[in-house]
Write a protein that binds this ligand. Structure first.
Ligand code: NAD
Length: 311
């Protein structure tokens, strides 16, 4: 099969690798040329990690996967290649207006048979499906990070998604060695509907000085079996993506628990994005041994602390 993938950041690279590892041709484009330039190295690394984890004993596994990937620095060349693909997957920023605008541009240029998948973590499929002009063939496939290592994929049909699209998507994902499951089209679907408020509560408790990074993660890891705890997970998701997801879920639900905490906004402002930027809740200068940071400067005890944080 042929996959066209728009957006080659953290999740885009995960999907590109998964498609390529399972023998599909992948065509990719990103508005940021630097992100596109990092695809080859990033995907080789992911494929090598997956081979190790799943004990894949094929000497040319990584190079064979790499051969399936083509990057297009030129948007028109990407659209020409994507025109008769089987699946067009969008993996761009978590911003409904942006996604709708981009889909209204790209999808009408593709053949009628192309099925549209969105990897959104929390957004409503219906406006995206309408913007792209093929609602019957539009569906969410929300993969987990890192895609080649985490089997789960939320499959979220919209109001007009056809049963054929649901079945095609489910079967294609199974063939790609994923574990698809149906989830409702509500803000955050199933996984993030439960997870995001919990992750935001953790930041709020840290902001109140009630929990430290290390204790918080040891607690969740050793008591609930969460492999990364919550703060390390924040660092893998990245602060900008968490902020976008929280804000969109807040706007869609009006639930105050979804409102992004001030510490999260400040971390984004300060470039403390997480593992990818080298600093987040942890110091990632040695990525194999991240060190929990002292974030007491983010603690808000008084009204003055709060206004100081705005500076
Ligand atoms: N980070 C996670 O753990 C995670 C997990 C599941 C789902 N998601 C979802 O996946 C999507 C992407 O998230 P990410 O973490 O990969 O973000 P990211 O910031 O790492 O990557 C997004 C990419 O989209 C590109 N982009 C933005 N606008 C574009 C446009 N108009 N045309 C082409 N490319 C464009 C950016 O240049 C960037 O490379 C979001 O919807 C997010 O909610 C993220």
């Amino acid at each position: 099969m042929k996959f066209a993938i728009l957006g080659t950041g953290i999740m885009g690279r995960g999907w590109i690798t998964q498609c390529a590892m399972t023998g599909h041709d992948v065509y990719c484009f990103d508005a940021n040329p630097d992100m596109l330039a990092g695809v080859a190295g990033g995907c080789d690394k992911l494929a090598a990690t997956a081979a190790k984890k799943f004990k894949i004993d094929e000497p040319d596994f990584v190079t064979n996967a790499a051969k399936k990937i083509t990057t297009y620095p030129d948007k028109d060349a990407f659209i020409a290649a994507a025109k008769d693909c089987d699946v067009f997957l969008e993996v761009i920023f978590e911003d409904l207006k942006l996604k709708c605008k981009v889909l209204a541009d790209f999808l009408p240029q593709l053949s009628d048979k192309v099925v549209f998948w969105s990897n959104t973590s929390s957004l409503d499929i219906n406006p995206m499906a309408e913007a792209g002009g093929r609602p019957e063939q539009s569906i969410i496939t929300h993969g987990m990070n890192p895609v080649p290592l985490m089997p789960g994929v939320e499959v979220v049909p919209g109001d007009k998604t056809s049963p054929e699209t649901v079945e095609f998507t489910r079967q294609t994902l199974l063939d790609m060695k994923k574990a698809p499951f149906l989830a409702p089209n509500i803000p955050g679907f199933w996984v993030n509907r439960l997870l995001v408020p919990q992750m935001l509560d953790a930041v709020r408790l840290l902001e109140q000085g009630k929990i430290q990074v290390e204790d918080g993660d040891i607690g969740l890891n050793t008591s609930l079996g969460h492999p990364q705890g919550t703060f390390k997970l924040h660092d893998f998701v990245t602060a900008p993506t968490m902020l976008r997801v929280a804000l969109q879920m807040y706007q869609a639900s009006n639930d105050p628990r979804m409102y992004p905490p001030l510490a999260l906004m400040r971390m984004v402002k300060n470039g403390e994005f997480g593992a990818s930027s080298g600093t987040g809740f942890y110091d990632w200068s040695d990525p194999r041994h991240p060190k929990p940071r002292d974030l007491s400067h983010y603690v808000i005890s008084t009204a003055e602390d709060m206004t100081d944080q705005l500076k």
